[in-house]
Write a new protein. Sequence first.
Length: 134
Amino acid sequence: MHFTDLTIDESTQIDELLDIWWSWSRAYMEKTGAPRISAFCKEMKMDDTYTDSDVIDDRINSAIAAQVEAVMESLTWQQKSAIGIITGNRVIGNRVFKNPRMTREELHLHYKSAKLVMWPHLLRRDLVKKEVDV
């Protein structure tokens, strides 16, 4: 497979999914041993009565990010590193993240190869759409 096998639209779709995944993965908080809820609220049930669109969007993005995370399990460490660095820098808007073991060119090569590996898996999970020629 060559890097030109993905169209600009297909590559952009993957970038958007990776942006969602990156933000979701940064929001993960390790369990500290404290109870998750107050003892006074144990009998409360979750209700969507007062759920706004932001909460619904967060739930959808969490589900998407979990699927992207599962797809990323098939990547090499170099590809995972390249995705984390390039996506993080794109989301933040600065070149903050880097890997001293890889040059900028190597990062981009691993990033592009990761997107090629991820494409069929994301397509199978209906997270992206194949461009149709008209």
